[in-house]
Design a protein around this ligand. Structure first.
Ligand code: TIU
Length: 218
């Protein structure tokens, strides 16, 4: 059984029951000139996750273990966007540099070129921050016999955290590679990771991706 050097303890996982989750690596959040940057955010804080994620994805693909990508967004008529979310995110559905912001089918809503899903990889569209809410993720994991998740993507304290919390309550073991998750805010990155591994691993484990890659290549 592969073992990863992680916080707060080592993380043991079974190659047959572990999936890689790549959360919301979308152009709207990551591209210079896109929605995220238009809000005044520093996208370089997210873009530093791209190279480590490319390496982790390549290693994961070589094992044949499941890979699930998610995208945050809404139907073109916004019928799946709660008014409360729209009120605090008035740009949603408006014209942005890369199409209507966070709308399915728009260029900006899709995953960045470097991390495009390959045929056979699962893509889950989600209207919320968590990947379990109003999606087919639970059924997909059950169908594939998955009990552990390696959770990556953006942003650390928003969609990654919400998903890890949802997964934890559903009984999944979650490992978060620190270099493969990113926040626009360095202080949230740091404390977001600390919160996961605190109290003996209140939500899961935190590691570095080279340790995960070494473990799956053993
Ligand atoms: N994917 C995700 O985290 N969505 C967000 O809106 N994140 C922010 O940090 N705004």
């Amino acid at each position: 059984m592969p073992t990863v050097d992680a916080r707060p303890t080592s993380f043991d996982f079974d190659l047959d029951t572990t999936a890689l989750l790549v959360i919301d690596m979308q152009r709207d959040f990551l591209l210079p000139g896109g929605f995220g940057e238009s809000l005044g955010n520093d996208v370089s804080q997210l873009r530093r996750t791209i190279a480590p994620l490319e390496s982790l994805l390549a290693a994961w693909r070589a094992t044949g273990m499941p890979i699930i990508h998610t995208r945050e967004g809404h139907k073109p008529d916004l019928s799946d966007c709660p008014p409360a979310k729209l009120k605090r995110g008035p740009m949603i559905g408006q014209a942005g540099r890369f199409g209507r912001v966070l709308i399915r089918g728009e260029y900006g809503h899709d995953i960045i070129d470097e991390l495009q899903p390959l045929d056979g990889e699962i893509v889950i569209d989600k209207p919320g921050k968590g990947a379990f809410y109003a999606t087919e993720l639970s059924e997909t994991l059950e169908k594939n016999g998955i009990t552990s998740l390696v959770v990556t993507g953006v942003t650390t304290e928003v969609c990654v955290h919400t998903t890890v919390r949802e997964a934890n309550d559903r009984g999944y073991e979650c490992l978060v590679p620190a270099d493969c998750v990113g926040s626009y805010f360095p202080e949230f990155q740091q404390v977001g990771l600390e919160m996961i591994a605190a109290q003996g691993g209140i939500f899961g484990w935190v590691a570095e991706s080279p340790a995960v890659i070494a473990a799956i290549q053993e």
